[in-house]
Design a protein around this ligand. Structure first.
Ligand code: EPZ
Length: 428
């Protein structure tokens, strides 16, 4: 199994190209199910989750062609997806259980094929992650839903889904994606209230508009969708990955240095940049990205609470905790989105970090020096917090089980070594 070996202590200097966002690419790929025409996606990252979703979509009849898959470059790939016909409306357990986002096919399948049988995604390392809000929204659109042997079996009413007013009691990215996609082909008008405003939701909405959907309120808490009879093909470039950008911003704050995060947009990362500034890092918005830098001064402890966008992202919480392990003072990190997203705490302790967890709050008392260690990745964002700690730790760190990292960070070791980190992948 591959591992990452790194030796801490180097500052980071140079440029890191930020890839297309995994969490935008996945729903965009799923949107291809809504039309018989080709959907061309540019800037698709080379990630294990993307490859896995290709398999799932192929099972439904999507023809996927990737240009540049084997090219050794940090440029994104171009992917053409064409669902000329939906050949299977079942998403089986074996495929769905490995990636929660694959459950989202339920929206387009129901909208276009009027039926879907999709395995429940089940538990997940970071929390229970139920699907009640997806089912609430789909029922409001007129779907009949039953749970049968671990599958959600959904049927549209005669004539297809019907527009409705949906008011989510809680902000949910996944259910917003699904209802947005389903509503594009529903009869009449759908209003989604308390919709997720994450940039990845807006990216999907903008692509759907290019495909002929009628959507207003993009980027706000209320999305209004006027259903159309059919969607057509389009070309769309995947938005830059704000979580990847935020991760490298935190790595630079941790080590010191000066790095241009190419393609990143400050507007998508404002809450995290504000916290980094409070902690003692600086940033400037440049025409082609965000520049992040820190002089020799230390990092100050800062409190953080995760929130839906535009608040501080839960997907950056572990990385911020990594940074706080060497801050001056005590910081409190409150996780409000997922109930079990502190698995990195035990691994960060191996570096000598001082962290105490009480319910949803982690209290981090900064130490003056971390020491390199053997650690284990537990989930995608948790794993990269270990890399951040390792970059500042004295001596050698080995991160095991890095298949988690490969799910969401494209060529992390290449990007970091190009800016001066001593880091390599050890295979076998
Ligand atoms: C998306 O997950 C992201 N995944 C997650 O990133 C991210 O952490 C999360 O949004 C929050 O920003 C993708 O985009 C592929 P939610 P999602 O529905 O859609 C509860 C990563 O590391 N909820 O916004 O699954 C849920 O339990 C991943 O890239 C219900 O109660 O998240 C959670 O507490 C991890 N019922 C909250 O809502 C439901 O039916 C927000 O979850 C649905 C969700």
């Amino acid at each position: 199994m591959d591992r990452i070996r790194l030796v801490g202590g180097n500052e980071l200097h140079g440029e890191i190209p930020i890839s297309g966002a995994k969490n935008a690419a996945l729903p965009l790929m799923i949107a291809s199910l809504l039309t018989k025409d080709p959907l061309v996606l540019e800037n698709v990252p080379r990630l294990a989750d993307v490859t896995q979703l290709e398999r799932i979509l192929e099972n439904h009849g999507v023809d996927v062609a990737v240009h540049g898959r084997r090219v050794q470059t940090l440029e994104g790939q171009r992917m053409t997806l064409q669902a000329a016909e939906i050949v299977d409306t079942t998403a089986p357990y074996e495929l769905v259980s490995t990636m929660r986002a694959s459950f989202w096919v339920i929206g387009p399948l129901l909208a276009r094929a009027h039926e879907a049988r999709v395995s429940l995604p089940g538990g997940c390392a970071i929390g229970t992650r139920p699907v009640d809000l997806f089912l609430y929204g789909l029922k409001e659109l007129g779907a009949e839903i039953e749970i049968d042997e671990g599958y959600v079996v959904a049927r549209a009413p005669k004539g297809g889904l019907r527009g409705a007013r949906i008011n989510f009691p809680k902000v949910t990215v996944g259910a917003t994606h699904v209802i947005l996609m389903a509503a594009t082909l529903a009869k009449g008008t759908t209003v989604i209230e308390n919709a997720a405003m994450e940039p990845e939701v807006s990216d999907l909405a903008e692509c759907l508009v290019k495909m002929g959907a009628k959507i207003t309120g993009i980027g706000t808490r209320t999305l209004t969708i006027e259903g159309v009879d059919e969607l057509h093909g389009a070309t769309h470039e995947v938005v830059a990955d704000r979580i990847e950008a935020g991760t490298y911003a935190m790595a630079t704050a941790m080590t010191g240095g000066n790095v241009l995060l190419k393609n990143a947009r400050a507007i998508h990362l404002q809450a995290a940049l504000d916290k980094l500034t409070a902690a003692g890092a600086q940033f400037t918005s440049e025409p082609n990205g965000i520049r992040i830098y820190r002089n020799g001064n230390g990092i100050q402890a800062v409190d953080v609470e995760t929130e839906p966008f535009p608040g501080f992202a839960t997907d950056l919480q572990a990385q911020f905790m990594g940074l706080m392990t060497m801050a001056q003072g005590v910081s409190h990190i409150r996780e409000t989105i997922f109930e079990n997203r502190f698995m990195h705490v035990a691994e960060l302790a191996r570096f000598g970090a001082d962290i105490k967890v009480d319910g949803q709050v982690a209290t981090v008392t900064g130490v003056s020096q971390l020491k390199g260690a053997q650690v284990m990745a537990t989930d995608l964002r948790a794993s990269v917090s270990l890399v951040i700690a390792g970059l500042a730790a004295k001596g050698e760190t080995v991160v095991n089980r890095i298949y988690h990292l490969d799910r969401g960070f494209e060529r992390l070791e290449d990007k970091l070594s190009a800016v001066g980190a001593e880091i390599e992948r050890v295979t076998g």
